[in-house]
Design a binder for this molecule. Structure first.
Ligand code: NAD
Ligand code: UDP
Length: 316
């Protein structure tokens, strides 16, 4: 049994990670400022003696003791990370330094949740870890994209200079139960709109592509990466099943039996045109690949949203 810190542990992915770590018998400390995370995501863990929640902002220093530290704290949806871009940069820079500092002091193994956004609007397809990316440093997404790029740089430098045992994963679009209704990301938007009978908002013509990974697969990839000896990444984690956003809208309408119709809204600035992970490195080094197909993952996600809507859950 190890003591594991999960920053961002009350968020969408972080709360699923806490569940799996606890089920494996570990002691888990979730550190979260509840900006986009909610206590609801970890409510079921309240009475678990191996679980502890600390309401804390990672941009402030903190003293923690741990063996492993998963650093996920950072808003992930464009709507939320653009709400206060300076704060997003502080979270990625100061927050990552603080979490790396904890790992250095306690000799914990450190894991950075980076992103496919480090590839920007990619000129190579699919994206391999060796690709350096095509990122606009002054656009609306740059607080997040450049923030995560610096977080990767910090992680590499703490490994080289600070002798911290680090891991970097680049996460591609992930979906599943517990995403916020007002998250603003495409899967949650489409499901909520379909279930409420509202118009489905496809940005642009919907010909841009993404590749969607179910959260359980992603968390399995996190744990495989953390537990692999002498492997530091960066490694892509995602589902290579690429599709257009229009095809996703059609799929959600079909699966919910919704009468919603598709409307088009302007494509956001710097919205990447295509995105698909090359996961050969994860397959080779970790023996990992996604197991859950889109239909199965969407079914579970839709069921979760239906239940929460039925229970009258507030957006936050
Ligand atoms: P999320 O917004 O649900 O989770 C982020 C969590 O971090 C939230 O609980 C939030 O309250 C917390 N947080 C934000 N700023 C903080 C701060 N300053 N101090 C403490 N806590 C803070 O998003 P998610 O989808 O669960 O993403 C988790 C991580 O994975 C993020 O680092 C994100 O960048 C990365 N990621 C996610 C995706 C995806 O598709 N979901 C893709 C790429 C990368
Ligand atoms: N998108 C959309 N309608 C929505 C929300 C998003 O068409 O209601 C599009 C968005 O323009 C992008 C894709 O879906 O092309 C994925 O968007 P998301 O915000 O989920 O993630 P990211 O752009 O960071 O991959």
């Amino acid at each position: 049994m190890a003591r594991v810190v999960v920053s961002g542990g009350a968020g969408f992915i972080g709360s699923h990670l806490c569940d799996v770590l606890l089920s494996q018998g570990h002691e888990v400390i979730a550190v979260d400022n509840l900006f986009t995370g909610t206590k609801r995501n970890i409510r079921h863990l309240k009475d678990n003696p191996n679980f502890e929640f600390l309401r804390h902002d990672v941009t402030e220093p903190i003293l923690l003791e741990c063996d492993f530290l998963y650093h996920l704290a950072c808003p992930a949806s464009p709507v939320h990370y653009q709400y206060n871009p300076i704060k997003t940069i502080k979270t990625n820079v100061t927050g990552t330094i603080n979490m790396l500092g904890v790992a250095k002091r306690t000799h914990a193994r450190f894991f950075l949740a980076s992103t496919s956004e480090v590839y920007g609007d990619p000129l190579q397809h699919p994206q391999k870890e060796s690709y350096w990316g095509n990122v606009n440093p002054i656009g609306p997404r740059s607080c997040y994209d450049e923030g995560k790029r610096v977080a990767e740089t910090l992680t590499v430098n703490y490994k080289e200079q600070g002798h911290v045992d680090t891991r970097i994963v680049r996460i591609f679009n992930t979906y599943g139960p517990r995403m916020l209704f007002n998250d603003g990301r495409v899967v949650s938007n489409f499901i909520v709109q379909a279930l409420r009978g509202e118009d489905i908002t496809v940005y642009g013509e919907g010909q841009q592509t993404r590749s969607f990974c179910f959260v359980d697969d992603l968390v399995a990839g996190f744990i495989a990466t953390m537990n692999k000896e002498d492997f530091h990444g960066p490694v892509n984690l995602g589902n290579p099943n690429e599709m257009t956003i229009k095809a996703l809208a059609d799929k959600v309408i079909e699966m919910t039996g919704s009468k919603s119709k598709i409307i088009h809204k302007p494509l956001p600035t710097d919205d990447p045109t295509r995105r698909q992970p090359d996961i050969s490195l994860a397959k080779k080094e970790l023996g990992w690949q996604p197991k859950v197909d889109l239909e199965t993952g969407l079914k579970k996600t839709i069921a979760d949203f239906e239940e929460r809507l039925r229970n009258g859950e507030e957006p936050r």
